[in-house]
Write a protein that binds this ligand. Structure first.
Ligand SMILES: Nc1ncnc2c1ncn2[C@@H]1O[C@H](COP(=O)(O)OP(=O)(O)OP(=O)(O)O)[C@@H](O)[C@H]1O
Ligand SMILES: [Mg+2]
Length: 264
C-alpha cells in the first residue's frame, strides 16, 4: 500500500520546505524508501534534498517524445525500426522514466516538468499515467511538491492522493489560495482522502486572530504551525540542503509532530 502526500499552496509559502521536512521524517523513521515527485516546473526540491537534477530529465520531456512516437505510429500504421524496436512502446517509456529517477539515500526523486498542453494526445497521457502509477506503487510513501495551480493533480498526471496538505504563510492571499486548493478537491479527476492546512512562518506560536477566524471559517482542519526560523535563510544562501537541518530545528520538529499524527 502506497500513501501519497501532496503539498499545495501559494508561491513562496513553504511547500518545498514542508516536502523536504516530511521526506526527512519518513526516511529517518523507517518509512522509506520515499518517492519524491517534483510537480512544480520551477521548483527546487532537489536542492532541498541535496540531489542533483538535470533540467531535461523530466517526465514532460519523455511525454513529448512519447507523443511523437504515438503520432508517428498512427500515421505510419506500424512503427518500424527506430529506437523502440524490440521493446513494446510501454516498456520503452517505462524504462525511460525509471532511468531519469535520481536515487538518493532512501529517497528517489522524479521531476514532472511541464504538464501536458490541452491538445496532448490521450493515449500518450493514459500510458504515462499507468507507468507513473506503477512506479509509485513500489514505494510505501510518495511525497509530491505541487505548483500553486495544481496542474498535475487537476490533469490527473499522478496517483490518487491520501493527504492533500495546503500550506499558507500569515498572508490573507496565502490563506485564500490554500482554501482554493482544498476546494479544488471536488473538481479533481483524482481521489483525495483528507485535506489539511499548515500555517508556516508563525511568530511566537500565535496565529494572528483574523487569520485564525478565516481558517476556522474554511473548515479545513489545521494540521499544525511551523515557526519562522532564520536558520533557513542561512541554509538558503549557503546552498546547504534543508534535509541537513538538525533534529533540534523547530521547523523540522513541528513537521515531525504533524507526521506522527498522519502516520498513526
Ligand atoms: N519557517 C520558515 N522560516 C524561515 N524561512 C522559511 C520558512 N519556510 C520557508 N522559508 C523560506 O522561504 C522561501 C520559500 O520557501 P519554499 O521554497 O519552501 O516555498 P514554496 O512554496 O515551495 O515556493 P515556490 O512556490 O516558489 O516553489 C525559502 O527561501 C525558504 O527557505
Ligand atoms: Mg517550491
Amino acid at each position: 500500500m502506497t500513501t501519497t502526500i501532496a503539498v499545495a499552496g501559494k508561491g513562496g509559502t513553504g511547500k518545498t520546505t514542508v516536502c523536504g521536512m516530511i521526506i526527512r521524517y519518513l526516511t529517518q523513521n523507517g518509512y522509506g524508501p520515499v518517492l519524491a515527485i517534483d510537480a512544480d516546473p520551477s521548483s527546487n526540491l532537489n536542492m532541498v534534498l541535496g540531489l542533483p537534477l538535470n533540467d531535461e530529465e523530466t517526465v514532460g520531456y519523455i511525454r513529448e517524445d512519447m507523443l511523437t512516437q504515438v503520432q508517428t505510429d498512427s500515421n505510419a500504421g506500424v512503427m518500424q525500426g527506430g529506437l523502440i524496436s524490440g521493446l513494446t512502446k510501454h516498456d520503452y517509456f517505462d524504462y525511460h522514466i525509471r532511468s531519469i529517477i535520481v536515487e538518493g539515500d532512501d529517497v528517489d526523486l522524479l521531476a514532472m516538468g511541464r504538464p501536458e498542453g490541452p491538445g496532448c494526445y490521450c493515449p500518450a497521457n493514459n500510458a504515462m499515467r499507468l507507468i507513473l502509477d506503477r512506479i509509485s506503487d513500489q514505494y510505501p510513501f510518495v511525497v509530491m511538491d505541487n505548483e500553486a495551480g495544481l496542474e498535475h493533480l487537476s490533469r490527473r498526471t499522478t496517483h490518487n492522493v491520501d493527504h492533500l496538505i495546503t500550506v499558507t504563510d500569515l498572508s490573507k492571499r496565502g490563506a485564500i489560495a490554500a482554501k482554493r486548493a482544498a476546494d479544488m478537491v471536488d473538481e479533481l479527476d483524482i481521489k483525495v482522502g483528507k485535506t489539511h492546512l499548515i500555517v508556516n512562518r508563525v511568530v511566537n506560536g500565535v496565529l494572528p486572530p483574523p487569520l485564525k477566524t478565516f481558517i476556522d471559517s474554511t473548515g479545513v482542519p489545521l494540521l499544525g504551525t511551523i515557526p519562522q526560523d532564520d536558520t533557513l535563510v542561512e541554509f538558503d544562501f549557503s546552498g546547504r540542503p534543508l534535509v541537513e537541518l538538525g533534529d533540534d530545528s523547530p521547523v523540522y520538529q513541528t513537521v515531525a509532530e504533524m507526521m506522527k499524527t498522519l502516520t498513526r
